[in-house]
Design a binder for this molecule. Structure first.
Ligand code: PXP
Length: 241
């Protein structure tokens, strides 16, 4: 089976840094460590309120990383102009509401079709691989296909949060969406809320090409170190494959 890529999301290294307002811990240093530990790429979400990753972080990542950078952003004019200036390897468009703690649901591609279209066109024109972060839902995938995006990332949050019988149901949605998206010719990624416990089943889906994982790894770093946490995640992904 094709190798599953791991994108390490370093947002919450910046969250810890920002708690004190100084330069430590540096998310760029964490990015280099992540690559050393087996990350195939680095993911960072520049939020409108800059609560974690800053403009300077993105600038440093663009210039210093030697692996692909996946920039997560809301579909706003401000973010678009930043992305067009930096031309990151990939841009994943996500829904963003200021008051939310994290990205709560997927992008409503079907509902926002007309407003997303120019973003997709302009990002593709500078060579960024455009991805849409969506709930595992067939209508969203069909709208994404119509927008001609090369990549969709399935939101695994509901699956990771689910308990009991609901977990199997949520997983079945991801499994089905991965197969449908792949069948439509879309490269399928997945992420949000993944941990050592939940990563295996998602990693075992043959249509999934990349996982983006952040919060759990930064949390686990407190106990075992960032590098070990990433190595273990990499190991669990490879084992499930
Ligand atoms: N993928 C996307 C599109 C996200 O918005 C996030 C959270 O920023 C992640 C993956 C990573 O989620 P987590 O930090 O829960 O692993």
């Amino acid at each position: 089976m094709n190798k599953l890529r791991l994108g390490v999301n370093i947002d919450h290294v910046a969250t810890i840094r920002n708690a004190r307002g100084g330069p430590h811990p540096d998310p760029v240093r964490a990015a280099f460590l992540a690559v050393q530990a087996g990350a195939d790429g680095i993911t960072a979400h520049l939020r409108e309120d800059r609560r974690h990753i800053s403009d300077a972080d993105i600038e440093a990542l663009v210039h210093r990383l030697n692996v692909p950078l996946n920039l997560e952003m809301a579909a706003t004019e401000e973010m678009l102009s930043i992305a067009l200036a930096h031309k990151p390897h990939a841009v994943c468009m996500v829904p963003e509401k200021r008051e939310e703690i994290t990205t709560e649901g997927g992008l409503d591609v079907a509902g926002l079709f007309d407003s997303l279209k120019p973003y997709v066109t302009r990002l593709k024109a500078v060579g960024s691989r455009v991805s849409l972060f969506i709930d595992p839902d067939e209508d969203q995938l069909r709208a994404a296909k119509e927008l001609a995006v090369p990549v969709c990332e399935l939101h695994t949050g509901a699956y990771c949060d689910a308990e009991g019988a609901d977990r199997a149901l949520q997983f079945a949605r991801i499994e089905r969406a991965a197969a449908i998206g792949h069948g439509l010719g879309i490269e399928m990624h997945a992420g949000h809320g993944l941990s050592f416990e939940t990563v295996g089943d998602v990693a075992a889906l043959p249509e999934i090409a990349e996982l983006n994982i952040g919060h759990f790894l930064v949390g686990e770093a407190i106990f075992v170190g960032f590098e070990s946490a990433i190595r273990e995640m990499r190991h669990l992904m490879d084992e499930a494959r």
